[in-house]
Each structure stands twice: as structure tokens, then as C-alpha cells.
Design a protein around this ligand. Structure first.
Ligand code: HEC
Ligand code: HEC
Ligand code: HEC
Ligand code: HEC
Ligand code: HEC
Ligand code: HEC
Length: 421
């Protein structure tokens, strides 16, 4: 019995893993596929046209299976009729102001008008909705739900999840093999004893053996059974641990609210203040530094002095209390990362690792910051040896042994001790 439970458990694992996608899955949208909302097309050419129009006009605010700025559009054609949707998409504000109860409720929830799309023809809006219908029926793709980021990171993230998928498959496969083996053995035993019972000239000993009932208690105590159960248990624990390790501490997309709403978009983007003006450490040492309130005062003793937010900075200075900025990027203590090495020596832009900070109202962790992420770049990136006499000898040595350019891995960028204390 216990064995059966274990096997069932092992089997159910893959289902757990795949169910993560949330609602709107393929199964419950099947009826929609059968009926199809009036006016929407299943013609591939129209669906493709719809995808193009969606990408150009709607993608920044909508996804099919995910709420972004606006609602997830999956099954929207079941919530409202197609003519209502066409009208709403072309004239959202007018629809809301006309007092339409559904539209007013949406507006209350989202607190934002979607722009007019009166430049779209009715057929074009219907094409978009046809694409939405096709995507709804397809169900959420795992790739689409993965955290979006610079291409390489997304690929790395996807790699992680397919690893764990493989593990699940192996565990499930082993459990399946076990059940099949047991079933075949049971079948063989049954056939054999049936056959033997017809046999008359058996010794007494054999007769006894044949009529013996299956000794379940004995089976549960047997070495083989305990061994098999222990194996499945260990396999499951191992799987959970490895999965945990793959994702542990991965904080991509982390964007905490800060005590003072400091905007990089305004300061570094619009006013083009150099990153190094505030992050004074990037060319000098390990840490980039977060500026003290005194640096803010270089400007804010004259700019926006009456703003209540700026007054909060004054309070910190008067009370001699540093502003408690919440850390966004944070490697575990076991890893060593140095800004000078990457910014000054390697000549990398901040954007390589921090994304487009100049567009960020609130700083967010743009890269994975996992070991794989560091190593991946060290494998791909050439050492910046130009005008750096220190590298002249190394470059010559490297050129003797290899035709490819000298990468970070060739100067020891994959050695454990370089990154671990
Ligand atoms: C600037 C952001 C933005 C853009 C661009 C945008 N929308 Fe919206 N959309 C919203 C918001 C916000 C709502 C919620 C209603 C409201 O507050 O007006 C919404 C609501 C909707 C709804 C109703 C959803 C429901 O659950 O009933 C549909 C349908 C829709 N949008 C389709 C589109 C289509 C199609 C496009 C492109 C042609 C588009 N939207 C472009 C922001 C946007
Ligand atoms: C006017 C000063 C100022 C300028 C200019 C500035 N920053 Fe910042 N930066 C800050 C402050 C203050 C914080 C801490 C608050 C926050 O996270 O928003 C910060 C935080 C950050 C963080 C997150 C730190 C963490 O906690 O992990 C990064 C990354 C960053 N800045 C990069 C940049 C880059 C890249 C530029 C140039 C494009 C830049 N900054 C320009 C003041 C500045
Ligand atoms: C080099 C000059 C400069 C420095 C240094 C600087 N700021 Fe600013 N800051 C500005 C300018 C310019 C504005 C925009 C003023 C406007 O909108 O009229 C601004 C606006 C702001 C605002 C918006 C205020 C409001 O009420 O709209 C905040 C908050 C702010 N800064 C915080 C900070 C903090 C915190 C620091 C220090 C980490 C800092 N600033 C450093 C130039 C600077
Ligand atoms: C090669 C990748 C890389 C580049 C290039 C890079 N950073 Fe970083 N940055 C990191 C990592 C990794 C951390 C986390 C460090 C830690 O936790 O020890 C970090 C942390 C920070 C922090 C938080 C404070 C700190 O020092 O830990 C700030 C601020 C920051 N970076 C600003 C910048 C600025 C400004 C630039 C460009 C001049 C830049 N970084 C270039 C990878 C990079
Ligand atoms: C965007 C690419 C990039 C990323 C991401 C990156 N590095 Fe590097 N790293 C470089 C380059 C280029 C160099 C070579 C610098 C030089 O010329 O010394 C380097 C050099 C180093 C070195 C010195 C290697 C040596 O042999 O001298 C260490 C240590 C290091 N990186 C650690 C890290 C760690 C830790 C991370 C992840 C948190 C990381 N790097 C992420 C590009 C990167
Ligand atoms: C280029 C830098 C770099 C090199 C080289 C490197 N590591 Fe790491 N390692 C890291 C970073 C950064 C982390 C932290 C990752 C995180 O928090 O997800 C890490 C984490 C780890 C961990 C903790 C488990 C984990 O994944 O979080 C172990 C164990 C480890 N490294 C072992 C090694 C060994 C062994 C080597 C040599 C074969 C090595 N590392 C080489 C950067 C490096």
C-alpha cells in the first residue's frame, strides 16, 4: 500500500509542476474553441494580422494570460460581446463616460483610461480579438510566463526550469518502471500457481508453498521493499533540493519601495546626471556606493526646496540620520564582485548588468545575478586589452596557443577562488 502511495506521489509531481501557469488553461477553454465567439475568425491569416496589430498597439499594456497595465485578455470575448468590445477598444473613454456599468467597474479597478484606437478599422479590431481567442485556446506558454528580461537571462531562466522538468521526468519514469515490473511479476506468479495447481504429483512441501497466501507483512518488511521505498524517497528529496538550489536567492525583477521616491528616470535620464556623480565607488573599488544625503543637497539646497519629499531629506540631515535605502542587488557573502574590475578595467557599461536604469522610476534588479550569469559572460566576453600594458604579455601568450580572441575565461575568470573567498 505504502508503495502505491509513493508511486502515486511520484506520478503526481509532473502535474504539479505544469499546473503553475494559473487559470485560463487549455482544458477549461475547450468549450470556447468549439463554439467560437460570433464574428471572430479561426483563419490563420487573420490571426497573424491580429498578432501584428496587437504587438504594435496593445502589447505595452496587455498580455493574454497575464495582467500588466490592463487586464489579461484571455476569454474577454466571453465576458463581452464582440460589437461591445470593438466599440470599447476604439472609444474606451467615451464608453466609460456613457455610464456603461461594466466599463465603469473596469475603470474603477484600473484607475486609468486606455487610449482611443479609433484609427483601427472594425475588422482590424476583430482580427486582434481573433488572435486573442487563438491564444486563449492555446493556453499560457511557459516561455511567456517566465520573467522577461534581456534575452540571455530569459534563456538562462528557461534553462533552469527545463532542468527540473528533466528531473521530474526521470523520477516519474523510474516509478513507472517499478509499477510495470511489479505488475508483470504478479501476473507471472498468478499464472504459474494456476498451472501448478492442476499438477497432481507435487511433493508435500511444494503443495504447502503453493497454497500459501501472499505474505504482505513479509513483503513490507523485506529488504527489497524497504530499499525501493527509500530510493524513491531519496529521489524525491533530491529533486526538491536541486530545484530549490536552482532558484534560491534569485531575485530578478526585485524592485522594493524606497523610503524616498528617488527617480533614476528623472535624475539620470531626463537631467542626464552621470552615474558616477552619485555612485562614486564604481571606478575605485569593490562597491559602487549609494550616495549620502549630502550629495543630494548639492542640488536640493536650491531645487524644489518646498517639496515635502525634499523636506524629508532635510530632516535626515538635521537629525544626522542616514536615509535607509532598501538594497536591491545583493550577492550572498560567499561571492566576491568588484565594480572597478568590471567598469574601469573591463570598460563595461552599467547597462550590461543593471539594465536600462535611465528609464527606471524605481530601480529593479534586471539580471539574474546567479553564478551561471557571471560565468556565461566570462565565457563570451573578450578581455579589453587595448591600451593596457598589463595584458600585452598575456595576449601574446594566448595568441600562440589559440586563434580565438582572449576571453575572460582565458585569464582565470572561471576559477572558483576568483569569485569565492
Ligand atoms: C496604455 C495602456 C493600454 C493600451 C495601449 C491598451 N489598453 Fe486595453 N486596457 C487598458 C486598461 C487600463 C484597461 C482597463 C479599463 C480601463 O480602465 O479603461 C483596458 C481594458 C481593455 C479591455 C477590456 C478588458 C476586460 O477584461 O473586459 C480590452 C478588451 C482591451 N483593453 C483591449 C485592448 C486592445 C485590443 C488594445 C490595442 C488595440 C489595447 N487594449 C490597448 C490599458 C491599455
Ligand atoms: C543623483 C544621484 C544618482 C544618480 C545620478 C544615479 N543614481 Fe543610482 N542610486 C541613487 C540612489 C539614492 C540609490 C538608492 C535608492 C534606489 O535604489 O533607488 C540608487 C540606487 C542604484 C542602484 C541599485 C542599488 C542597490 O541597492 O542594489 C543601481 C544599480 C543604480 N543606482 C545604478 C545607477 C546607474 C547605472 C546610474 C546612471 C545611469 C545611476 N544609478 C545614477 C542615486 C543616483
Ligand atoms: C545634480 C543635481 C541633483 C542632485 C545631486 C539630486 N537631485 Fe533630485 N532633482 C534634481 C532636479 C533637477 C529635479 C527636478 C526638479 C523639478 O522637477 O523641477 C529633482 C527632483 C527630485 C525629486 C522630486 C521632488 C518632487 O517633489 O517632485 C526627488 C524626490 C529628488 N530629486 C530626490 C533626490 C535625492 C534623494 C537625491 C540624492 C540621492 C537627489 N535628488 C540628488 C536634481 C538633483
Ligand atoms: C559586470 C556587471 C556589473 C556592471 C558592469 C556594473 N554593476 Fe553594479 N552591481 C553588480 C553586481 C553583481 C552588484 C551586487 C554586488 C554585491 O552584492 O556585492 C552590483 C551592485 C551595484 C550597486 C549597489 C551597491 C553596491 O555596490 O553593492 C550599485 C549602486 C551599482 N551596482 C551601480 C553600478 C553603476 C553606477 C555601474 C556603472 C558605472 C555598475 N553598477 C556597473 C554588477 C555590475
Ligand atoms: C557583462 C559581462 C560580465 C558579467 C555579467 C560578469 N563579469 Fe566578471 N568580468 C568581466 C570581464 C570583461 C572581466 C575582465 C576584466 C579584466 O580585464 O580584468 C571580468 C573579470 C572578473 C574577475 C577577475 C578575473 C581575473 O581572472 O582577473 C572576477 C573575480 C569577476 N569578473 C567576477 C564576477 C562575478 C562574481 C560576477 C557575477 C556576480 C561577474 N564577474 C559578472 C565581465 C563580466
Ligand atoms: C565568475 C564568478 C564565479 C566563479 C568563477 C565561480 N563562482 Fe560559484 N558563485 C558565484 C556567485 C555570484 C554565486 C552566488 C549565486 C547566487 O546567489 O545565486 C555563486 C554560488 C556558488 C555556490 C552556492 C550555490 C548556489 O548556486 O547558490 C557554490 C557551491 C559555488 N558557487 C561553487 C563554485 C565552484 C566549486 C566554483 C569553481 C568550479 C565556482 N563556484 C566558481 C560566482 C562564481
Amino acid at each position: 500500500m505504502a508503495l502505491v502511495v509513493w508511486c502515486a506521489l511520484a506520478f503526481s509531481v509532473p502535474t504539479f509542476a505544469q499546473d503553475g501557469g494559473g487559470d485560463g488553461g487549455a482544458a477549461d477553454s475547450a468549450p470556447a474553441a468549439a463554439s467560437g465567439a460570433a464574428g471572430l475568425s479561426a483563419d490563420q491569416a487573420i490571426i497573424d494580422q491580429g498578432k501584428g496589430l496587437f504587438d504594435a498597439n496593445c502589447k505595452q499594456c496587455h498580455a493574454v494570460h497575464e495582467k500588466i497595465v490592463g487586464p489579461a485578455l484571455a476569454k474577454v470575448y466571453e465576458r463581452r460581446t464582440v460589437p461591445w468590445l470593438v466599440n470599447f477598444i476604439k472609444y474606451p473613454q467615451k464608453t466609460i463616460e456613457s455610464g456603461d456599468a461594466y466599463a465603469v467597474a473596469l475603470y474603477k479597478e484600473y484607475q486609468q483610461y486606455m487610449p482611443n484606437h479609433d484609427f483601427l478599422k472594425d475588422d482590424e479590431v476583430k482580427a486582434i480579438l481573433s488572435w486573442v481567442q487563438a491564444e486563449t485556446i492555446k493556453g499560457p506558454a511557459t516561455a511567456a510566463t517566465a520573467p522577461t528580461a534581456a534575452g540571455g537571462d530569459a534563456a538562462a531562466a528557461a534553462g533552469g526550469s527545463s532542468n527540473s522538468g528533466l528531473l521530474t521526468a526521470i523520477v516519474a519514469g523510474l516509478a513507472f518502471l517499478l509499477i510495470v515490473t511489479l505488475a508483470v511479476l504478479a501476473l507471472m506468479a498468478a499464472t504459474l500457481s494456476k498451472y501448478l495447481k492442476k499438477e497432481t504429483n507435487l511433493s508435500e512441501e511444494d503443495q504447502e508453498l503453493l497454497n500459501q497466501r501472499t505474505d504482505w507483512a513479509g513483503i513490507f518488511k523485506s529488504q527489497a521493499f524497504i530499499g525501493i521505498t527509500a530510493f524513491i524517497f531519496v529521489a524525491l528529496v533530491l529533486k526538491a533540493t536541486v530545484e530549490g538550489l536552482i532558484t534560491i536567492g534569485v531575485q530578478q525583477g526585485y524592485a522594493p519601495t524606497q523610503p524616498i521616491p528617488f527617480s533614476h528616470k528623472l535624475h539620470a535620464g531626463q537631467y542626464e546626471i552621470d552615474c558616477k556623480y552619485c555612485h562614486t565607488g564604481v571606478e575605485k573599488g569593490k562597491s559602487a556606493n549609494i550616495p549620502s544625503a549630502n550629495i543630494c543637497m548639492n542640488c536640493h539646497n536650491a531645487i524644489k526646496t518646498t517639496s515635502p519629499i525634499i523636506q524629508k531629506i532635510y530632516e535626515h540631515i538635521e537629525k544626522d540620520e542616514p536615509i535607509q535605502w532598501v538594497r536591491v542587488h545583493n550577492l550572498p557573502d560567499l561571492a566576491y564582485f568588484n565594480h572597478q574590475q568590471h567598469v574601469k578595467v573591463a570598460g563595461l557599461d552599467c547597462e550590461n548588468c543593471h539594465g536600462n536604469i535611465k528609464e527606471m522610476e524605481v530601480v529593479q534588479q534586471a539580471s539574474l545575478l546567479t553564478m551561471g550569469w557571471c560565468i556565461d559572460c566570462h565565457r563570451k566576453t573578450e578581455v579589453n586589452a587595448k591600451d593596457n600594458a598589463y595584458y600585452d604579455n598575456l595576449v601574446q601568450l594566448h595568441a600562440k596557443s589559440s586563434k580565438s580572441p582572449m576571453k575572460v575565461e582565458d585569464i582565470g575568470g572561471l576559477e572558483c577562488a576568483k569569485c569565492h573567498y
